[in-house]
Design a binder for this molecule. Structure first.
Ligand code: 5AD
Ligand code: SF4
Length: 458
């Protein structure tokens, strides 16, 4: 979502004459768009700021006496705005994730020769989405589109409900219009974004509320939009219609990130996840019944306060039961202001967290490798979305988000092609183009992959 937000900030700043550059050296303004979700992410902010301060000091002031504007945006700004203002006097602007449509006004204030410092961590009544300009035409072959923000779930470890605020869904008409503009500009794949995206409940036509499935079905009507994904979801919000959509909407990709965090019911309850491990297993069973080739990804936290060996063993059991194509796992870190941060005595020692993380990641990595290996010999539809590092190479994505570099003519960029998978690596697949015009004669016969539902995406 920060990638999406950064792109929107660039759109807001474009009419003021700003354009993105590759490096801070010589820039007129640097915005650090920050993440507060885990301790590690937010620690980076102050070290990064130290480096920017040196760059600012190196710059000669212009004739009005101004130097580079340094801004901190995002959730660290929201949560620690006052502290940043106090600790880093060289920072000119600090603003939270709900205020960046007000950037022109903030920049005007910070650019005055007098050098006003701006702190803006409001949750404005008006939605930023009603005040943002149309996004830039070059949205990219694969693009994010924010449809829902904030969260009312209040998992006890999580800062999101405090930094991003209450749950909010954009009106469907606004989303569809944005998607149409993206597709007209060359986008072929849209990933619908939200902290709790499957809790989406936006206003649809005739004032009726639409869920995520309805929104996806409408987006699937857009000519030229080949792929739809959504992230991140909560198991509790995986409703019947969304599960059914996985079997019915061919553009909806068979890869879902559905975080479970832990396999222990005791820990899930302490986390306030509002479901058990078996509830999660049942949701996955139903999703796989709707779409046989569905691949899954998840987030896990090890060392949540009070987690015992037996709880961790339940997590390993759940991972073994589900079989993930990919996953993210983290050591629990206490986040200021969250209920779990107050569970002082129950904190798990760092070395225990390290051991559990290593064990879990070994298992998850092994699952990822075997998932990738199972793709070898199959033909997968690959969306070519970028140029590759080697000459003549394009980078693509399989339906399951695996990265697939292929040697292919540049004119195929932005299209979905069939690729015969020849080898699996830990984080990518190797493959050869099949059935592209001009190459058909040399192409080996197509093996349709098993399970047969893979054909549906071809
Ligand atoms: N400690 C560790 N991991 C966390 N996450 C969220 N909060 C914390 C925390 N306090 C992880 C969860 C979430 C992902 C985005 O970050 O797994 O799904
Ligand atoms: Fe955080 Fe996700 Fe829980 Fe919301 S559902 S509180 S975003 S972990």
């Amino acid at each position: 979502m920060n990638v999406y937000d950064s792109a929107r900030m660039a759109d807001v700043l474009a009419p003021l004459g700003y354009r993105p550059v590759e490096a801070p050296e010589g820039a007129d303004m640097v915005i650090l768009n920050t993440c507060h979700i885990r301790e590690k992410a937010s620690e980076k902010v102050f070290s990064e700021l130290g480096r920017l301060r040196q760059e600012k000091n190196r710059q000669a002031a212009d004739e009005d006496g101004r130097r580079m504007i340094i801004a901190v945006a995002g959730c660290v700004a929201q949560a620690e705005g006052e502290e940043i203002m106090a600790r880093a006097p060289f920072v000119d602007m600090v603003f939270g994730p709900q205020t960046y449509h007000q950037l022109p006004e903030m920049v005007a204030r910070a650019s005055r020769a007098a050098g006003e410092r701006v702190l803006n961590t409001d949750f404005p009544i008006e939605s930023k989405f009603d005040h943002l300009p149309g996004e830039s035409a070059s949205a990219g072959v694969s693009t994010f589109l924010s449809v829902q923000e904030g969260c009312d779930k209040f998992c006890t470890f999580c800062v999101v409900p405090y930094t991003r605020g209450a749950e909010f869904s954009r009106p469907a008409a606004q989303i569809i219009a944005e998607a149409r503009r993206m597709v007209a500009g060359g986008t072929r794949e849209i990933t619908l974004l939200g902290q709790n995206v499957n809790a989406f409940h936006g206003e649809g036509r005739g004032g009726v509320t639409w869920g995520l499935a309805r929104l996806i079905r409408e987006l699937a009507e857009i000519d030229g939009l080949e792929r739809i994904r959504y992230t991140t979801s909560h198991p509790r919000d995986m409703d019947d219609d969304l599960i059914a959509a996985h079997g019915e909407v061919p553009q909806l990709m068979p890869f879902v990130h559905l975080p479970v965090q832990s396999g222990s019911d005791r820990i899930l309850a302490a986390m306030n996840r509002k479901h058990t491990a078996d509830d999660y297993r049942r949701v996955i069973d139903r999703m796989r019944a709707a779409r046989h080739d569905l691949a899954l990804s998840s987030d896990f936290i090890v060392g949540f306060p009070g987690e015992r060996d037996a709880d961790f063993a339940e997590t390993l059991r759940l991972v073994t039961d589900i079989g993930y194509a990919q996953a993210y796992s983290f050591k629990y870190s206490a986040r200021p202001g969250t209920p779990a941060a107050g569970l002082g005595d129950a904190q798990v020692p760092e070395d225990v967290k390290d051991d559990r993380l290593a064990t879990l990641q070994n298992l998850l990595n092994a699952q990822q490798v075997s998932f990738n290996e199972a793709c070898v010999g199959t033909v997968l539809p690959v969306l070519l979305d970028k140029t590759g590092r080697r000459p003549g190479q394009l980078m693509g994505r399989s339906p399951f988000m695996q990265s697939v570099p292929v040697i292919a003519p540049g004119r195929l960029a932005g299209t979905v092609v069939d690729v015969r998978i020849t080898a699996a690596r830990a984080n990518s697949l190797a493959g050869e183009l099949v059935l592209a015009d001009g190459l058909t004669s040399a192409a080996p016969p197509i093996d349709f992959p098993t399970p047969p539902a893979w054909e549906a995406t071809a």
